[in-house]
Design a protein. Structure first.
Length: 140
């Protein structure tokens, strides 16, 4: 479309959008937000139990299980959306993050009904969750 000139300078035509949002970009951003909510639920559930860890009464909360499941589902969807959008995906990074998440999910799922969880296992979930965050942020 040609340019429209007013007062000697170019002005955008009324039909040209100022911001072009693609549906794929909106979907990717939506699922990134949901992925962050999942990690916040998992890490928040761990952090709220810090006092209980010292007392030996820590237990996995439903929020931790649901957060880990949310991370798994949204992570898989994000990989699919990025590949469908012809963006490069670091499969090794995704594989490492998936392996850590499977270990986290296994621990939380198996021990979810226990009244007390061993300090070491509970701390391992926090460590693996933190490692997963730093892998996402620092591995480029």
């Amino acid at each position: 479309m040609g340019r429209i000139y007013a007062c000697g300078g170019p002005v955008r035509a009324a039909q040209e959008p100022l911001i072009r949002l693609r549906l794929m970009d909106v979907l990717i951003h939506l699922f990134v937000g949901l992925h962050i909510i999942g990690i916040a639920s998992l890490l928040g559930g761990f952090l709220t139990q810090m006092k209980a860890i010292g007392e030996g009464t820590a237990r996995y909360s439903p929020a931790m299980l649901h957060g880990a499941l949310t991370m798994l589902v949204t992570g898989v969807i994000l990989v699919g959306l990025n590949q469908a959008d012809d963006q490069s995906v670091n499969n090794i990074k995704i594989g490492v993050k998936l392996a850590l998440l499977i270990v986290i999910l296994g621990l939380v799922y198996v021990k979810r009904d226990d009244e007390k969880v061993d300090k070491g296992l509970f701390g391992l979930v926090g460590l693996l969750t933190t490692a997963n965050i730093f892998i996402a942020l620092l591995w480029t």
